[in-house]
Design a protein around this ligand. Structure first.
Ligand SMILES: C[S@@+](CC[C@H](N)C(=O)[O-])C[C@H]1O[C@@H](n2cnc3c(N)ncnc32)[C@H](O)[C@@H]1O
Length: 333
């Protein structure tokens, strides 16, 4: 959207450029090249079209980072929106690292005033249908384009591990700035987890180093040094993951930024993640600001829950018995 003062001029400028392009083939070629180059200049080096699956063979990951296809199903956006709706009594939400906005779309369908932000110009310009007009470009390592305390609840799903360790404290401080009450994150983590199943080193550190890292024992917190991170076929850190650390390390970072971890809410959510086959993929952190109450249990009636599970096709997900066992073992009886 052009700045307000320029908007009255736009139809005339566009009509003039269109006339020029019709009359002069060289001018048309120049405009096409300029438009493509501008889009490239604005896009992010890593999180561009190919990261989100454009031009990929959908059956072959080719050893490259990113998605072979990125959609509401493969991104687990239905489970994410359901998890927020079921467990938090909130109205305004922000999804940081929203990609093309499937979580924003899901939360809007569940009645929330949902917004998304991402550093990828490509993703912001290819919004899911229900996220149109709700995605805003933003870089978490800089100041996000939102007011202090603007959102009841902020999510950062599979996103914080993409930042280098040295910028994590400032990024979490920025998340704290825009969060009024709750922050929900999933971050690939290793080591023991006080409030649910623990994590591991597999596909996080280089294969030949995995046994060495496992031998470090439960006291090791990381972050794993850059040179030891698992690589894709191009030799880059897999999926763009730059901060690989323990649950304990991340918890300390959140606390230093002014959040309080809500273990009891995580314990409520883990059985659902196991039912949806997500325990292996999502290492969960639920946090609140110091003034926010611990979210109450059973916010939604069984009928409402069953209805949303049906609408979001979560009732047909296959639980992995191994996940169910790990969750049961990790929770107090
Ligand atoms: C693995 S994808 C996760 C996307 C989505 N949250 C999901 O769970 O499917 C990581 C996302 O983080 C975004 N991202 C990476 N660095 C970022 C930054 N500094 N600020 C905002 N978004 C960022 C990427 O563009 C990408 O969309």
């Amino acid at each position: 959207m052009a700045p307000k003062a320029l908007q009255p001029l736009l139809p005339r400028v566009r009509a003039g450029l269109r006339r020029l392009a019709r009359r002069r083939p060289a001018a048309r070629r120049l405009m096409v090249v300029a438009a493509k180059e501008l889009a490239r200049a604005l896009d992010d080096d890593v999180y561009s079209s190919s990261y989100f699956g454009a031009g990929r063979d959908p059956l072959d990951r080719m050893g490259l980072s990113g998605y072979e296809r990125y959609d509401r199903d493969t991104s687990n956006a239905n489970a994410a929106a359901y998890m927020v709706w079921k467990n938090f009594d909130v109205r305004t939400t922000l999804d940081v690292g929203c990609a093309t906005g499937f979580v924003v779309e899901g939360l809007s369908e569940l009645g929330m005033d949902a917004t998304g932000t991402d550093v990828s110009q490509y993703a912001i310009e290819h919004p899911a249908l229900g996220a149109q007009g709700r995605l805003v470009w933003g870089d978490l390592t800089d100041r996000l384009p939102f007011k202090t305390g603007q959102f009841d609840l902020v999510t950062a799903l599979e996103t914080l591990e993409h930042l280098p360790p040295n910028v994590v404290p400032a990024a979490l401080a920025e998340l704290r700035r825009v969060t009024r009450r709750y922050l929900v994150c999933t971050i690939p983590s290793f080591g023991p987890n006080e409030h649910g199943p623990g994590g591991w080193f597999n596909v996080k550190v280089r294969g030949e180093l995995q046994a060495d890292y496992e031998a470090k024992g439960p006291e090791y917190d990381g972050p794993v040094p850059y040179d030891d991170l698992f690589r894709d076929e191009q030799g880059e850190p897999i999926e763009g993951h730059l901060t690989i650390a323990s649950f304990r390390w991340w918890t300390r970072q959140f606390e230093a930024a002014g959040f309080v971890r809500c273990g009891e809410v995580e314990r409520r959510i883990h059985p659902d993640l196991a039912r949806f086959g997500l325990t292996k993929y999502w290492n969960l952190y639920v946090l609140r600001t110091p003034d926010a109450p611990v979210p109450a249990p059973a916010l939604r009636s069984p009928d409402e829950v069953a209805d949303v599970e049906r609408r979001f096709s979560l009732d047909t997900r296959q639980p992995d018995p191994e996940d169910v066992r790990r969750v049961e073992e990790s929770l107090p009886s």
